[in-house]
Design a protein around this ligand. Structure first.
Ligand code: BGC
Length: 770
């Protein structure tokens, strides 16, 4: 689909209202702050097609699954992030007519997501059936300064009438999920209260018993002067509204400010939740809307200082990369190690807000470079805290001795996905969790993490792999049977090259880390190993597997084989597939997909991407040239890895073309699914395509390496990263690469295989034609 979003460097702009696009826009215009997120739904009534979504981090419902749960070992539920209490709602009535954009004639409609300052604005003129016209402007944001606070400023100007305007701001907990297996509502009422301008509603989730308390404080202004109005209260189950009536004349402006707080029992004892919500409302109201918005803008501007990517010469690319960075920071702030990043973040119900391997494989590199170290550390700690559950999960599947199998999909450490091929077989996720630890240590040098947390996780993971392989008498090697690799268009395959490679790598890395910890903290090491009942024979068993593992290869073609028998499949290239048959996941039966050679996303190439330094360029090229043409990229996670490898192979055109598929995936609704929510985790992949792909950034031997190229269409690009004690701004131009060291400490940097010393607060400029 062609984009209807206007190109702009700092804003996402939609002009004109098209009800058919509304759900797409609701996703694109989502706002959030890591603690809550709100789709771009309207404040006023809307009876057209909409997906209402307000999500509170960590609050979920274990919806009993409809299929498959009778198979032994299956989890009983599929957790769902919940559409929570609607806090933005304001019903507007002109005399007795409700303002509803599905029924009114709309003109001058404009939505602007101001990414630089972190707020959403909407303007429109509505002509009601009666002919009365009013001009509306709304501004809202979820504060990143105080992440339980949000605010709405909603103003109305009558254009051609005078009379009674009724505004009913409300809090509505009587909401449902579109995705509910038994059509039930997940919330039950607990408490409500209206106290002058303030209103409070507390609701509780069924089964999980989470409580969320939403509070609001209303101010009403006429032409900038505060009105002291009494409200009539409307009370229904899980609903409170405050009705304010004002008489207005043409061109008089009525503004309603709604200061909101959303607090959950995840952070406060239930009996204290109401009190804390009241304090949050009092604090935010005392500051007032303008001050809150100003603080929001300042905080976002500061965030951009440390994380922006500036692209010159291509506004659409500039807008896209900022949109991706913006959405990632709206989703995860790293303040709370119980939270994680759902593939759709807070922008829709799909993937149910759960944590996937996406976090470790795709998001960790982004947060490592653009946020303080504790942000990515908290992502690692999240898994550390769930180690016990991962061990239980493995036990359920018959593994022993502290083997840990992390879930493919989780909210609280328990597996909550139940398609057998994913739950039981997509075990490569375990390796991604180990790889993220490696990546984190490589980037930060924080060896202390290994001592306090990492070693235990790595041992649990290595123990799992040890038990998951078996000795093949036939091959006289270890094999791994019945797995699903990242390419979910193959199930129950034997010897997926990626999974086998990852498994032995995990055992190697766990051994190495054990040696490091033993050398640095022998006492702690002994304690940990004792607590894990670790038998040194385990190292020997791992070494034996590492030495005798089987990896499928095709020597003639010089490629690693995705799995045993892959070449038996009819070999067709994606370019020869009629367009009318794509995407195959919508056009073909599942069985036909499974029998085909088509690859959903990087699989062998995911392994080559992770362990690039183990392979020479020729090997990378042969595998890329073989697998990419068979890849349909029907996972949003796919193009970025391919783009990075194409850049590594110096295939600039291909790298750029693949980058384009990821960069504006949601803004241009490439996959025709933006209405379900944004592809948050693949947005980190887009960032990787620029930084690891175009700039060729790598960390090797505790140092930064760059091997950049500049896409033909761009004049230059620059990005800011934090690396250890340094903050660096890297600018890639047609004839040079420049690195500005914004910190005091000096460091060594490698550019195009040349080593340079960059002093503190200095700039390094290397001439080269890019
Ligand atoms: C991909 C998985 C991914 C999941 C969530 C699926 O389509 O195949 O690799 O973890 O989406 O993003």
């Amino acid at each position: 689909m062609r984009s209807y979003i206007k190109a702009d460097e700092w804003s996402i702009i939609e002009e004109g209202f098209d009800a058919h696009l509304n759900k797409i826009s609701e996703s694109i215009f989502s706002i959030g702050n890591g603690r809550m997120g709100q789709r771009g739904n309207f404040e006023e009534t809307y009876t057209g097609d909409t997906l209402s979504g307000n999500y509170i981090a960590g609050i979920y419902y274990p919806d009993k699954t409809r299929v498959g749960w009778w198979k032994n070992g299956y989890p009983e539920y599929f957790a769902k992030v919940l559409n929570a209490t609607n806090w933005i709602g304001i019903e507007i009535k002109v005399e007795d007519e409700i303002l509803d954009l599905a029924k009114a004639e709309v003109s001058g409609f404009k939505r602007i997501l101001n990414m630089r300052e972190g707020y959403l604005e909407r303007n429109f003129i509505a002509k009601l059936k009666s002919g009365k016209m009013l001009q509306v402007k709304s501004v809202r944001f979820c504060s990143i300064v105080s992440d339980e606070t949000a605010a709405v400023h909603y103003s109305i100007k009558p254009i051609n009438f005078e009379g009674k305007l009724t505004l009913m701001p409300f809090i509505n907990g009587d909401v449902k999920n579109e995705d509910s297996n038994y059509d039930e509502k997940f919330w039950e009422p607990v408490y409500d209260e209206v106290n002058g301008a303030e209103a409070y509603l507390k609701v509780r989730t069924k089964k999980t018993n989470f409580e969320v308390c939403t509070g609001s404080q209303i101010e009403i202004y006429k032409n900038g002067k505060r009105l002291d109005l009494n409200a009539e209260t409307v009370r229904k189950e899980k609903f409170i509204g405050q009705v304010f009536s004002v008489n207005v004349k043409v061109n008089e402006e009525i503004a309603l400010i709604k200061i909101v707080a959303n607090l959950s029992s995840e952070n406060y004892p239930k009996q204290a939740l109401l009190g804390h919500t009241k304090s949050a409302i009092a604090k935010a109201s005392a500051k007032g809307f303008d001050a809150l918005l100003k603080a929001q803008a300042e905080a976002w501007i500061a965030k951009w200082d440390d994380s922006d990517i500036v692209i010159k010469g291509d506004v659409a690319a500039q807008q896209a990369i900022r949109f991706n960075i913006f959405q990632l920071f709206q989703t995860y702030t790293g303040k709370d190690d119980r939270l994680n990043i759902g593939p759709k973040g807070f922008t829709g119900e799909k993937y149910r807000g759960s944590t996937y391997w996406d976090t470790e494989a795709y998001c960790v590199p982004f947060y490592l470079a653009t946020a303080p170290q504790e942000v990515s550390r908290n992502l690692l700690i999240y898994r550390y805290k769930q180690l016990g559950k991962a061990i239980e999960n493995a036990e359920k599947l018959g593994f022993k001795n502290g083997a840990a199998l992390y879930p493919m999909v989780t909210m609280n450490g328990e597996e909550c996905h139940n398609e057998w091929e994913i739950t039981f077989e997509e075990i490569h996720r375990n390796g991604a969790i180990a790889f993220a630890i490696f990546n984190y240590i490589r980037y930060t040098g924080d060896v202390g993490y290994l001592i306090d947390y990492g070693l235990e996780v790595l041992i649990g993971i290595a123990r799992f792999w040890k038990q998951r392989v078996n000795w093949s008498v036939d091959k006289q090697q270890y094999v791994m049977l019945g797995v699903t690799g990242p390419n979910e268009y193959e199930n129950n395959v034997n010897n997926n090259w990626y999974t086998n490679t990852l498994a032995t790598w995990c055992m190697k890395y766990a051994t190495e880390v054990a040696e490091i910890v033993e050398a640095q903290q022998p006492k702690k090491y002994n304690n940990v190993m004792k607590s894990l009942s670790f038998d040194p024979q385990e190292f020997k068993d791992w070494a034996d597997i590492i030495e005798h593992m089987y990896y499928p290869i095709d020597t003639e073609k010089g490629i690693f084989l995705q799995q045993d028998g892959y070449l038996d499949k009819e070999q067709i290239l994606v370019k020869d597939l009629p367009l009318s048959e794509r995407p195959i996941n919508q056009k073909w039966s599942w069985d036909r997909i499974l029998r085909s050679c088509f690859i959903k996303q990087a699989d062998v190439l995911q392994g080559i991407y992770f362990f690039e330094e183990n392979y020479d360029l020729e090997t990378i090229r042969k595998n890329f040239d073989f697998y990419e043409p068979r890849t349909v990229h029907e996972s949003s996670l796919s193009p970025c890895v391919h783009s990075i490898l194409a850049a590594k192979l110096n295939d600039k055109a291909r790298a750029y073309e693949l980058y384009l598929r990821t960069a504006r995936l949601d803004l241009d609704n490439y996959n025709n699914d933006t209405q379900d929510g944004l592809h948050i985790t693949s947005m980190a992949g887009t960032w990787m395509s620029v930084v690891e792909g175009f700039a060729g950034m790598r960390i090797r031997n505790d140092q930064l390496y760059f091997n950049p190229f500049l896409p033909d269409k761009w004049e230059s690009f620059s990005f800011t990263i934090g690396f250890r004690v340094a903050t660096l701004k890297i600018t890639v131009e047609r004839t040079s690469i420049q690195i500005l060291n914004k910190s005091e400490a000096g460091l060594s940097i490698n550019i195009k295989s040349q080593s340079y010393e960059l002093a503190g607060s200095a700039m390094l400029k290397v001439a080269c034609v890019l």
